[in-house]
Design a protein around this ligand. Structure first.
Ligand code: ATP
Length: 371
């Protein structure tokens, strides 16, 4: 494929801290190498509305430390329709954009692949590069996506604060974190926080088992010496039981099991971190990750490489037919987008070796969390 000369950049789906670092790096590196870099606002929605902004190195000065995305993001369900994608391709052709960097999650990268489907493109030239950005870390074939590290740090910081009050009052807290289909954030932050239990959808536990597990954990830890009785449980939002219902069921079981106990002393407290987990200044690691992925993504387009996602230290062996190590950065791989999306689908269904390893490794750890 020929080298792209006018390269659009968009951010799509849920925002993730570190997206700006990727925008900045693509702009600076692309401009330095003779390409024109163009920002597209609000993801595919902005593309359809021809919402174009200039991106010169001056335009991206100072954005490295900002959370969110300077380009804005949106969901655009109409993009599933062929005629809507035709309109988007017409906007790109009209603007002379022949390369596109899409920064986003599973859905955004699927949209990119369909936008650049050779059959749908007809004769139009459009090269695409995907950059994984999603705090959930639910994309396959990359070790990490942009935003995961900052989100984990935010959870750890919040739980450290919660742990202070939990310790002072010998209380049990259930902390709900983002993660609809993928429990990575709950698992990783539980280890980093020193939580006593993590609940994540991949474990596939029925409601009653989850309730019993929490009750057993609380009863075990209640017998410890003071200053060591607090219980922190991290629950991914994707675990099917709603948090209020979970609290009600656990509290009822605890009242049954410890008759005579002061209810306010044993009842659980709930904290839902919600969108707090998405926000904030990117960590040093996410700034570095975004910068490096942005650099590799734009260089791929400049080298005539298309239909790839830039992966960060993939956690599995990659066959040469689907991936090459980036000549620009030995920590990054250029992986075939079709393979990425197939692996992502399997990861979310718990079918990949990585998904099995994550859940298995965690279940082995579970007992240790109570020590
Ligand atoms: P997050 O991980 O934060 O959910 P995401 O990129 O997976 O990010 P989605 O809402 O799934 O977020 O997708 C973002 C956008 O990508 C959608 O609003 C839509 O415009 C486009 N998109 C998603 N799936 C497809 C698809 N199958 N075909 C075409 N476009 C799609």
């Amino acid at each position: 494929m020929a080298t792209a000369k006018r390269i659009g950049v968009l951010t799509s789906g849920g925002d993730a801290p570190g997206m700006n670092a990727a925008i900045r790096a693509a702009t600076i590196v692309g401009s330095a190498r003779g390409a024109e870099i163009i920002g597209i606002e609000r993801g595919y929605r902005g593309l359809l509305e021809d919402a174009i902004v200039s991106l010169t190195p001056g335009d991206v000065a100072g954005i490295l430390r900002e959370g969110g995305t300077i380009l804005g993001s949106a969901r655009c369900p109409e993009f599933h329709q062929r005629e809507v994608r035709d309109r988007a391709r017409a906007v790109l052709a009209n603007r002379g954009i022949d390369g596109l960097i899409v920064i986003g999650g599973n859905g955004s990268l699927t949209g990119a692949l369909r936008l650049a489907d050779p059959e749908e493109l007809g004769g139009q030239r459009l090269a695409i590069s995907g950059i994984p950005a999603s705090i959930d870390n639910d994309l396959g074939l990359t070790g990490l996506s942009i935003g995961v590290d900052t989100a984990t740090n935010t959870i750890v910081e919040a739980c450290d604060k919660i742990a202070d009050t939990a310790t002072a009052h010998d209380r049990t807290f259930i902390v709900e974190v983002m993660g609809r289909d993928c429990g990575y954030l709950a698992m990783a932050s539980a280890i980093a926080v020193g939580a006593n239990l993590a609940l994540f959808p991949e474990a596939g536990k029925p409601e009653a088992e989850i309730v019993e597990e929490i009750v057993e954990t609380v009863l075990t830890l209640r017998n410890r010496p003071r200053r060591n009785r607090r219980v922190i449980i991290i629950k991914a939002e994707g675990v099917s039981i709603a948090i209020d219902r979970l609290k009600a069921q656990v509290d009822a079981r605890l009242r049954d099991k410890v008759p005579g106990a002061d209810p306010s002393g044993i009842e659980t407290r709930v904290t839902v971190l919600g969108h707090v987990v998405r926000g904030g200044r990117p960590s040093a690691f996410d700034r570095l990750l975004g910068s490096r992925l942005g650099n590799v993504a734009v260089r791929a387009l400049l080298a005539g490489i298309s239909h790839r996602m830039v992966a960060w230290m993939p956690p599995v062996e990659l066959a040469p037919e689907i991936a090459v190590r980036s000549p620009a950065d030995p920590y990054c791989w250029l992986v075939d987008l079709v393979a990425v999306l197939a692996e992502t689908d399997n990861l979310l269904k718990g079918k990949t070796s990585l998904a099995r390893w994550r859940a298995g490794a965690f279940s082995e750890l579970e007992d240790a969390l109570l020590l």
